[in-house]
Design a protein around this ligand. Structure first.
Ligand code: DX5
Ligand code: ZN
Length: 225
């Protein structure tokens, strides 16, 4: 399978939780990854789903699962997600005691490893750790809830990460998450992101698959310019 240059990852947070399997399958032909937000009511005030539901989702769709852990004590829980066979597991830099050691554990358990950076966290202190990671998830909102407005100033972190990646020839996806819509995705792509999470813009649309295709076209246009 060839690697697409840009990844579009619908977030199930904006989907109908009573029909998660169908909602996942609705974007199977158009999306690259399916983004799954795990929240624990500690690291963030919100509470969503955990291991049993992610396990069930893995059996309900052929899409690679991109699990975004917004939880405390990721050392304790993250490897369990990797062991389910999900594609990528991202945990928050703010919650991890030893990000590099956890990344190694995730890779050893068979998944990619992602480092997530919340709104109020600088990216610079983490640049030297990036060779241990496959994805860097830069929040473009404060983590915790869908449907928030994109914060364009946070793209400065994307630019810094992209320059660092290109200079060091790192194999790293730079993923943006939060408020990504048809009106904000171009700026994120132009800043250097190459993976785009979109919840409301996909599952709030009449036709989620068409919304994914439209987002991809816009990101591709921005990169081509
Ligand atoms: C929020 C989550 C996001 C969220 C994005 O903390 O990490 O993945 O679902 O939703 P939208 O696209 O609506 O901002
Ligand atoms: Zn997310």
């Amino acid at each position: 399978m060839s690697t697409p240059s840009l990844i579009v990852a619908p977030s199930l947070l904006a989907a109908d939780f009573a029909r998660l399997g169908e909602e996942a399958r609705a974007v199977e032909g158009s999306a690259d990854w399916l983004h799954v937000d795990v929240m624990d009511n500690h690291f963030v005030p919100n509470l969503t789903i955990g291991l049993p539901v992610v396990r069930a989702l893995g059996g309900a769709t052929t899409l690679p699962l991109d699990v975004h852990l917004m939880i405390d004590a990721p050392e304790r829980w993250a490897p369990g997600y990797a062991e389910l066979g999900v594609y990528n597991v991202s945990f928050h830099a703010e919650a991890a005691e030893d990000p590099v050691s956890l990344a190694k554990d995730l890779r050893a358990a068979g998944s990619r490893a992602g480092l997530a950076i919340d709104r109020d966290t600088l990216v610079e202190p983490y640049l030297d750790l990036l060779p241990h990671f496959d994805t860097l998830l830069i929040m473009t909102i404060k983590a915790g809830f869908g449907g928030q407005e994109f914060i364009p100033e946070l793209l400065a972190k994307v630019r810094v990460a992209r320059r660092h990646r290109d200079a060091g020839h790192l194999e790293l996806r730079i993923e943006v998450d939060g408020g990504v819509t048809e009106s904000t995705i171009e700026a994120a792509a132009a800043a250097g992101a190459d993976a785009f999470v979109a919840g409301t813009a996909v599952y709030g649309a009449q036709d989620p698959a068409a919304a994914v295709r439209a987002l991809r076209r816009q990101a591709q246009t921005a990169v081509a310019q």
